[in-house]
Design a protein around this ligand. Structure first.
Ligand code: TYD
Ligand code: MG
Length: 450
């Protein structure tokens, strides 16, 4: 017998509880519990089951061509080389960032390659999708649209006619009928995802799910789903700025370090093949506190500008602010400069920013941060044809980083003439034409170049 029950779920992490709680024991966030009705079905009789037999790993056959291209180089890269058959991909991001647009563009390319695509929208009507599609380009007739709100309809169709790829836009608008709670609630979102996962694996269909990330509110964010799906992509960037970055947060079939860079235009998203050029556009010349670093995003070197502003504080406790960088990392480097380079920074505010709206987590940026801080502190502009990278340790040593050669080559490509880098890397580097490589082993040596 099926019966209805009230259950409380944490909106952040999906923790389940029979009673309301102020703080979630799962993720420690406050005031995130919401009440939902769920129907608990009677357990199925075990009589009808057939015996399962495990398969030896040697007998499992892998298909030769398991990946296929999306037609968008940047998206392929983030997916780890293309779409894997039977995978479930979650595309998350703020509303209006371009999730529907990128997936529609992907569908257009796939349908042009002759694949049958099903685009399920619970948000827009057929004519609204068509209107958007017309801005993007021309479509083939094997791109099928379905405007429904329940999963049963989708399952029904898929049983009759198997598409190659399905896009669900968005998970928050699709419901399973036998669950009583509202669309977008934790139990609905989890159940729909679980059923889609089953569909993907059993029928070997690649499924893309769109999920809005909500800061607050009644709608369950896709964070609940991250552990259920194969791949999680986040689309980020300032909605007002044109540039969008697609990042893999989890990927069962590839690396999670890769990023894809796009620009939102009148005609949809266009791929940015040379992000360094974009990130350095509009760089101020002959100004103190600005330095170019070469960071590595996955396998791809990107040149970024770090800006620092160090000025006399008017508070007892100096202010430190970072944008796009780890706050603690900057504090640590300020302490290293104070102790190892004898600079008195305790009376100065420090603001550090990555130009262009990127986030930088690569430790190789350390030396760049140090250069920017010192340049601003001494009010001395740096050589604008210079690029720096290297990790800085607590005793002021400059440590080697990975892929030094790739970074230097990117700098040469963008016309830089000097590169200050860790000595250990410089020693192993083959000479590269067009750039002067300077190896430094600690920050006092490095600061001679300011
Ligand atoms: P959309 O893909 O609808 O966002 P999401 O599905 O993530 O909510 O993108 C909407 C934004 O993109 C909207 O502000 C308009 C803009 N846009 C363009 O600038 N050019 C275009 O060609 C398209 C289709 C959208
Ligand atoms: Mg949308």
């Amino acid at each position: 017998m099926a019966k209805e029950k009230q259950i409380f779920f944490c909106r952040e992490c999906g923790f389940e509880s029979a009673k309301w709680m102020g703080q979630c024991p799962g993720c420690r966030s406050w005031n995130t519990f919401c009440e939902e009705k769920v129907t608990v079905g009677a357990r199925k009789q075990s009589g009808g089951r057939t015996a399962v037999v495990p398969t030896s790993i040697l007998e499992v056959k892998t298909a030769d061509e398991t990946r296929f291209s999306t037609g968008l180089e940047e998206l392929n890269r983030v997916l780890g080389g293309g779409i894997v058959n039977g995978s479930l991909v979650l595309v998350g991001g703020d509303p209006g960032i371009g999730k529907s647009t990128i997936l529609l563009q992907m569908c257009r390319n796939l349908s042009a390659d002759g694949h049958k695509i099903l685009y399920v929208s619970g948000e827009e009507s057929l004519s609204q999708i068509k209107m958007r599609a017309e801005r993007i380009g021309t479509f083939q007739k094997n791109m099928l649209l379905l405007c429904v709100n329940n999963l049963e309809d989708v399952e029904e169709y898929v049983k009759k006619d198997r598409p190659k790829v399905i896009v669900i836009d968005s998970i928050q608008t699709i419901v399973v009928e036998d669950i009583a709670s509202a669309p977008g609630s934790v139990s609905q979102v989890k159940e729909v995802t679980a059923r889609l996962m089953q569909m993907a694996k059993q029928m070997d269909i690649a499924i893309f799910i769109v999920g809005h990330v909500t800061k607050e509110g009644t709608v369950a964010g896709p964070r609940n789903l991250e552990h259920m799906v194969d791949t999680v992509l986040y689309f980020e960037g300032d909605r007002n700025a044109g540039f969008r970055i697609l990042r893999a947060v989890k990927n069962r079939f590839g690396s999670t370090n890769e990023i894809g860079v796009f620009e939102m235009l009148e005609t949809g998203l266009s791929e940015v093949n040379n992000p360094s050029k974009v990130m350095l556009a509009g760089r101020p010349l002959q100004t103190s506190g600005s330095v170019v670093v070469c960071s590595l995003e996955g396998t791809r070197p990107i040149l970024l500008e770090i800006q620092a502003l160090v000025c006399q504080t008017s508070f007892n406790l100096p202010r430190r602010t970072t944008v796009g960088l780890d706050y603690n990392r900057v504090n640590l480097l300020l302490a290293v400069l104070e102790k190892r380079a004898g600079m008195v920074l305790s009376g100065s505010d420090a603001y550090v920013n990555i130009a262009g709206g990127m986030r930088l987590d690569d430790p190789a940026a350390d030396l760049g941060i140090v250069f920017a801080l010192v340049s601003s502190f001494r009010n001395r502009p740096l050589d604008e044809s210079m690029v720096v990278f290297g990790e800085v340790g607590l005793s002021g040593e400059v440590r080697g980083v990975s892929a030094a050669e790739q970074r230097v080559r990117e700098a040469v490509k963008m016309g830089f003439r000097t590169c200050i880098m860790p000595k250990t890397n410089a020693e192993h580097l083959k000479s590269i034409e067009g750039i002067k490589v300077v190896g430094v082993s600690n920050i006092s040596q490095a600061l001679e170049y300011i």
